[in-house]
Every structure is written in structure tokens, then in C-alpha cells.
Design a protein around this ligand. Sequence first.
Ligand SMILES: [Zn+2]
Ligand SMILES: [Zn+2]
Length: 292
Amino acid sequence: LVQWGPMEKIILYYKFVKIRDTESVKFWQRVLCERLGLKGRILISSEGINGTLGGDIKALKSYKRAMNEHSLFKGTEYKWSDGSADDFPKLSVKVRTETVTLGLPELTPANSGQRLKPKQFHDMVANDPDVVLFDARNNYESAIGRFKGAVTPDIDNFRDLPDKVDEYAHLKDKKVVTYCTGGIRCETFSALLKQKGFKRVYQLDGGIVKYGEKYGDAGHWEGKCFVFDKRMSVSFSDDAKDIGQCIHCQAKTSNYINCANKTCNKLTLVCNGCEKQLACSGVCKKSLTTIA
Ligand SMILES: [Zn+2]
Ligand SMILES: [Zn+2]
């Protein structure tokens, strides 16, 4: 039997679990991934592990097997998506003091919002025009894709979200559903909303990725899904729309570049027609010409 199709894939996973010896887990992960030729990003903290890895399908399956044999990491769920090791510049394995809990240890999955499977989420949004969808991601992520009508906070970094939430206090009595790429940020964010006094808090289980796998671009989702690797974004079908705006001509686009001014480096939406313009602003453009 001949198997067609790409032999490489990308996996995405996270698991909340108390990790005492983060340094030895880091060492083990590095050796494991290097042996299997995987590239990507793994973050380890005392509260859990979070990874995105690209590589040969067989190697990724071996990785899963090794994880399942580890007492801390067995039972981790993995999401598969199209891509390869080449979508990542290298393998990065890091220990962080706080990966996803915003430094607020009481915000645990045990205190988080009620989980909705993609279908439950889909039906709730279809049947209840009053439900508020709350994007837990950064501004540059929601700029190119989001659920229709969602609240999209203007933040550059997840850690800025707790301060921002107070601006949405008027939504406290509404039914609120949080969503993010794969579900991990919502574990913390939905717990934060509850702590802040939001009464009916839900979260999209498996995030945009799981919803997109099921409904493509025929449901409540609109645009492309930002991802933190070289691909920059993924589409759920050929019908995916560009909803971002080129900063130069306002044409619809999902193309991100990093501002060519190295001290700025900001992610900037630039359409194909304007691709010769490499700076994010007049100031950055000037600094480029000065150097030249
Ligand atoms: Zn343009
Ligand atoms: Zn710039």
C-alpha cells in the first residue's frame, strides 16, 4: 500500500501537571526531541508543559509514545496540523516561571469556565444572539481571524489581559465564552473572569483549532488562525477570507512581516502589492533610510 501526502506534520499539546524538577524534564525533552529530529518550541513550568513540534510523522508518534510512558505526561492530548520541522527555525526548550497562569496560582483549570465541545459552542452561538465571545489572544492574532462579533482586547501579550478585563465589567451578567488557539490560555483566562465576578463563564474546549477542524469556514469563524511558527497563519479551508488590513493601502490581507527596523521588529500586516515597503511606520521607515 502506497501512502500519499506529506510525511511531516505539526503537533500541539499542553498539560497542566505539577512538575517539581523542571530542569530534568527540560534535559529529557531536549535529548528526546534531538534524537527524533523534531523542531519547535517547548515551555516547561512548575505548573505544566506546553509544546508545538514539527517533524516526521513516525518521529512525532515516537514522541507521543515516550510522553505516554512518563508518569507526569501520560494521557496528554495532541492536536495534529499540517506543516513540518522546517516551519520552525530550531528546537527551543525552555523553563519559565509562569507559562500560562499569569503568575496567579489560584487560576487553575479546576476554577475555570465550563468547557464546551465545538458542537455545543456552535449551537450555543447559533441559538443565543446574546452570548458574548471573548478572544483571549493578542491583538495581532485576532486581527487576521476571529469568531464573528467577538470581543477582541487590544493587548500585545497575554500577561496584559488581567488589567484589560476591567474594561469589560459591563459584560459580567452576560453569558461569556472565551476562546484561544488551542484552549490553553482559556484555562487561565476563564478562571480569571470568574474571579473578577463574571457569572456565566464558558470556554471553547480545544480552541479555534478543534472548531476549525470540524466546521472549516462554514461556521462562526472568520479569517485565518495565527500560529507561532514560520507559517504565521493557517486556513481551515480554501474559503478562508482575509480580514486583516494592509497598513499601507488598507487592502484585505493576512500577510505578516516583521518591521525591517531591527529595534522595532513589530509584526505588521502588509499586502502583496505593498511588499516592497518593509517598515511599520514613518518613523521606522526614516530609521531604515538613515542606516542605508
Ligand atoms: Zn497594501
Ligand atoms: Zn517598526
